[in-house]
Design a protein around this ligand. Structure first.
Ligand code: ADP
Ligand code: MG
Length: 393
């Protein structure tokens, strides 16, 4: 994806006012009608149409006239809102090259005023992930495009909270610096994802460290759920850092045992294949089966989780409403469409589109901050305009 932040320089207060107006309109409109954008933005001297044209030119908005004339934010438009807010806060001053493309994110370098380089993760939930193309596509069919804004923001909120808590408990994770909308700013990890590493000085030490992390997480009440060679970074001194937390769950999750075993298995499998570590397993050639003779080598979930700490509960209580937590879990597990018939799915869809007061408040604060310095920030009344309009569609 191209992220030309030079465009930021050319955007005026009015441009951002109109961009946030579209964002606000998207709380309850898949496509925000032009008149509603105009009403929410309420530019002092008019001219919303011209501004919309400018935003279209920079691909910050998408124009849709299939049902009625209206606009929606593009990923880039949403990126710019978050970047502008974080720049306003003084978190960083420049955006550099892209350093990662995840399943559902884009990662860029950003620089602070003093030259320190940080990592910026822009969540893109709803972008079709190649791992589960079918389930995600089915899942998204009934979802309005508001959902990707909402879900990507939830992913960022969750990732930031988990990263911070894990850091405080001494886990090797990036330093969680700040977050806004779907964007998380963290320290830049020196090194490479383990998947790129062909050789290690001490593969068995690294293996023990990594398995130790899965165990220690569970002892704190948490399971990573995507613990593999793509989400483990390693530097030249073979120091390990784990990343990527939006899918983490509590050890009391109904599928906890399965997630834990899967994380453990990923590590065993990778080290067996890549570094030829043996775990006292024999291969039954006839049936093409691997038989694990040494179950004792594997950490046992039930005994660890029995005495687990309560970081999972602390995190559940912080920042997230129950609905938000359920929404993101549903999305990430992608299991919704499997156990719902289409009728239920419609119901789930409308539930997902409903923002609770927490999300509305978050949007209000974000918009105000994005427009800080705009003497005419009062968008509170326009929120009401945006609500009134629901009945018209
Ligand atoms: P996703 O959730 O999309 O998988 P990740 O958080 O795993 O996203 O990041 C994708 C890739 O970006 C990683 O595999 C890694 O190469 C790079 N990356 C992510 N975070 C950092 C960081 N803090 N420092 C350096 N590289 C990073
Ligand atoms: Mg990842």
């Amino acid at each position: 994806m191209k992220l030309d932040v030079n465009v930021l320089r050319y955007l005026s207060k009015d441009d951002f006012r109109v961009l946030t107006a579209v964002e606000m309109g998207m709380r309850n409109h898949e496509i925000v009608p032009s008149e509603l954008v105009e009403r929410i933005a309420s530019l002092r001297h008019g001219g919303t149409y011209k501004v919309l044209k400018n935003l279209l030119k920079y691909k910050l908005l998408h124009h849709d006239s299939s049902k009625y004339d209206g606009f929606r934010l593009t990923y880039l438009g949403y990126d710019f809102l978050a970047i502008k807010t974080l720049v306003n806060r003084g978190v960083f001053v420049a955006v550099g090259r892209q350093i990662g493309v995840g399943k559902e994110s884009d990662i860029f370098e950003v620089a602070k005023e003093d030259g320190t380089v940080l990592a910026m993760k822009l969540h893109r939930l709803g972008r079709i992930s190649f791992r589960s193309v079918k389930s995600k596509r089915d899942y998204l069919r009934h979802r309005s495009s508001y959902n990707w804004l909402y879900l990507s923001r939830l992913a960022a909120v969750k990732e930031f909270a988990f990263m911070k808590a894990l850091e405080e408990h001494g886990f090797p994770v990036p330093n969680a610096v700040d977050s806004n909308r779907h964007c998380v700013i963290m320290s830049l990890v020196e090194g490479y994802p383990l998947v790129q590493v062909k050789q290690l000085q001490n593969p068995d030490v690294v293996f023990e460290t990594i398995i130790g992390l899965v165990v220690r997480l569970a002892e704190h009440g948490l399971i990573h759920c995507d613990f593999n060679e793509f989400n483990i970074m390693i530097n030249d001194d073979e120091k390990v850092t784990m990343i990527d937390f939006p899918q983490m769950v509590s050890v009391s999750h109904r599928n906890a045992q399965m997630y834990f075993d899967r994380d453990v298995e990923c590590v065993f499998k990778f080290f067996r294949k890549r570094f030829n570590l043996s775990f006292h397993e024999t291969v039954d050639d006839e049936n093409d089966l691997e038989i694990d003779n040494d179950e004792s080598a594997r950490p046992c979930f039930s005994s660890i989780s029995k005495g687990a700490g309560s970081l999972d509960k602390e995190l559940a209580a912080s920042g997230f409403t129950r609905k938000e937590q359920e929404d993101i879990e549903k999305f990430i597990e992608g299991g919704l469409e499997e156990d719902a018939d289409s009728g239920d799915e419609e119901a789930e869809s409308s539930k997902l589109n409903e923002m609770d007061t927490n999300a509305v408040e978050h949007l209000r604060i974000s918009v105000e901050e994005t427009l800080s310095g705009d003497e005419n920030v009062d968008l509170q009344g326009n929120h009401e305009a945006c609500l009134d309009d629901v009945s018209e569609n």
